[in-house]
Design a protein around this ligand. Structure first.
Ligand code: DAH
Length: 338
């Protein structure tokens, strides 16, 4: 049996050779166990040191520790190398290939139209407000001076979601006008707000109707507000959104919360392409004094106007879309076009 000292050199060489020859992590770790593991060859030499005669111990111990450090250092080096190799693909990478682009999502066309309308009104100093979609009859109808026999209050036309046996009946709001009331109740005049939001009616879905759709409400309250302010504001926003060739027409109408009231008709090259001269797009008017009374504003001091647009209607005109249901189907082939 050769002395411990004599065994060190060949053992170290063998370990270094095996570590160098390893082509994968598993092979490398097997070699490590063989030499450095708890039953490994180098480890067992270390254990034998204790049995050596006193005078041989220091030289053998030193030599063995040096060998062990070198073997361990090579192990770490090889491990790093082989880990890197394992992370890289076997095939060489062709860095000249174009990368795979991540597809970016887009805003829904209704969101784009809403954002554009909001942007135009912001330029005029309007702030965005919102209110609940589940509303009570008071905010949706009574406070807006809408009489008890108005058809909007019929269950044929409105989604009532409870009968009021607990408190006031709750319903899905039929228009964003309810938010006019909530805002005026919560702050003193002047008021300059727009309210984009979802509304609900018991309509059967067809090319121009859907039980849920979107509106933008506007409300302006200050001293000495006129119909001229209303017309100027609405015209400014529509020109920004749909182009300079836009024509608007204010037609007398009736809404219980405005007096006088108008419907706004709209005409442009796009509308004419649809085979019509005018298209009705909004309701508006001067806020009814009774509405001011209901929210505690003095109608002798304050005046104002309000309007409500259908957002789908505007988007349909803007993009030449002939069926409202396309907005809700989430067909990617449709949505990708905007
Ligand atoms: N709320 C009406 C509707 O849903 C639209 C409307 C008309 C809103 C006149 C208004 C207004 O603010 O003054 O058809």
């Amino acid at each position: 049996m050769p002395s411990i000292l004599d065994q060190i050199e060949p053992l170290e060489r063998a370990a270094l050779d095996e570590f160098n020859a390893a082509t994968g992590l598993i092979e490398l770790d097997k070699a490590r166990a063989k030499y450095l593991g708890s039953n490994g060859a180098i480890t067992s030499l270390l254990k034998q040191l204790g049995g050596l005669p006193k005078e041989e111990k220091p030289a053998a111990g030193k030599r063995l520790n040096e060998a062990k450090s070198r073997v361990e250092a090579l192990y770490s080096e090889r491990r790093e190398e082989l880990e890197l190799k394992a992370a890289l693909p076997d095939e060489p990478t062709d860095f000249t290939l174009p990368g795979r682009r991540r597809t970016l999502g887009k805003l829904h066309p209704l969101t784009q139209v809403t954002d554009d309308i909001v942007r135009s009104f912001r330029k005029l100093g309007f702030a965005v407000a919102d209110g609940p979609e589940v509303e009570d009859e008071y905010h949706c109808f009574d406070a807006l001076n809408t009489p008890a026999d108005h058809p909007a209050r019929d269950i044929q036309d409105t989604f009532f979601i409870d009968d009021g046996s607990v408190g006031a009946p709750l319903l899905l709001r039929t228009h964003t006008s309810s938010v006019q009331i909530r805002v005026m109740q919560s702050q003193p005049p002047p008021v300059r707000i727009i309210v984009p939001g979802r509304v609900y009616r018991r309509d059967t879905s067809d090319a121009t109707h859907n039980p849920t759709f979107h509106q933008i409400e506007g409300l302006y309250v200050d001293k000495d507000v006129t119909v001229g302010d209303l017309m100027g504001t609405v015209e400014f926003v529509f020109r920004e959104m749909l182009g300079e060739d836009v024509k608007l027409r204010f037609r007398p109408h009736y809404f219980s919360y405005t007096e006088p009231s108008f419907e706004i008709d709209f005409s442009s090259a796009l509308v004419r392409k649809m085979g019509k001269d005018w298209l009705e797009i909004a309701g508006c008017g001067m806020v009814h004094p009774q509405v001011f009374e209901n929210v505690g504003y003095d109608p002798e001091v304050w005046s104002g106007w309000a309007f409500g647009f259908g957002i789908e209607r505007i988007a349909m005109i803007r993009y030449g879309i002939n069926d409202i249901r396309l907005f809700y189907e989430n067909d990617i082939r449709f949505l990708e076009q905007f």
